[in-house]
Design a protein around this ligand. Structure first.
Ligand code: DGL
Length: 279
């Protein structure tokens, strides 16, 4: 049988947020090669229309495919909410039915039963993710009887993308949104940080949330789900470049590479170098 060519796993986000997913994926699956693509020049996606998020996401996925990726993770809730299904159902069969694009919403919702006792789930997300009602629909499917309370935080991603995550302004907006969410339903016991940028402000969010609330970051959840996926799909696993002494990671951005590299090094806690690409 002809040997299939191998390639790295593609990790995509509108900007820096997907780094919180990449970090956990690399911890769990250090043997694979990765390419991270942040579309920072066009972030945030969270306030953009369905059509635009779909078009930008598809361009990024195609770019990652052109770099040899067989499997791409949309490490972005907004893209998972607005573009994933169309890409899976409409574009992949045409581009290459053997490649796969996976998102972050379903793996997160699958795990909610492990954390919530009241079944009242708060969702912090971008306006796009919340308006799409993707979490409401997925939770209704997998956990009938649960109540989903979505809350959009339009200022959180711009604060992070602009390096203001530690500022007084961030305190103001984190306090405001956490109070507003809890006013909507005091029975909430579990809150999903349903935007991959938000863990960058985790300490601040934790500080303003009541202490009995479980705050869920998606990084570990997505990493475990990817590991399980690759176990279930050995034919895909064999198509990923691996190195038992540690895989590599390339970083790509649509923004200035110096700017991306310094911010990403800060978030990942290790020096990285990114290249600028045009989509
Ligand atoms: N990190 C993306 C998400 O998970 C977000 C954001 C954006 O560009 O607004 O939704």
């Amino acid at each position: 049988m002809k040997k299939q060519t191998q390639g790295p796993i593609g990790i995509f986000d509108s900007g820096y947020g997907g780094l919180t997913i990449l970090k956990e994926i690399r911890k769990t699956l250090p043997q694979y090669d990765y390419i991270y693509l942040g579309d920072n020049a066009r972030a945030p996606y969270g306030t953009r229309s369905f059509d635009i998020v779909y078009r930008f996401t598809l361009e990024s996925v195609k770019y990652l495919f052109s770099q040899g990726c067989r499997l791409v993770i949309l490490a972005c809730n907004t893209a998972s909410a607005k573009a994933l299904r169309t890409i899976q159902q409409h574009d992949l069969p045409e581009i290459d039915p053997t490649r796969r694009v996976l998102g972050v919403i379903r793996p997160t919702v699958e795990r909610l039963g492990e954390y919530s006792t009241t079944g009242h789930i708060g969702i912090f997300g971008t306006p796009g993710t919340i308006q799409s009602e993707s979490y409401d629909m997925e939770i209704a499917k997998l956990h009938p009887g649960y109540r989903t309370i979505g809350h959009a935080c339009p200022m959180w991603v711009p604060l992070i993308e602009n390096g203001e995550a530690e500022s007084d302004g961030a305190d103001f907006f984190v306090k405001q949104e956490t109070e507003r969410l809890m006013e909507k339903d005091p029975a909430i016991d579990t809150v999903v940080l349903a935007c991959t940028h938000y863990p960058i402000m985790f300490k601040k969010i934790r500080q303003y949330m009541p202490s009995h609330i479980t705050l869920l970051k998606q990084g570990e959840i997505v990493a475990e789900s990817l590991a399980a996926y690759l176990k279930r799909h050995p034919s895909m696993e064999q198509r990923i470049t691996r190195n038992e002494s540690g895989g590599s990671c390339r970083f790509l951005t649509t923004e200035n590479s110096y700017k991306f590299s310094s911010m990403a090094s800060l978030f990942l806690g290790e020096p990285i170098h990114a290249d600028t690409i045009e989509l």
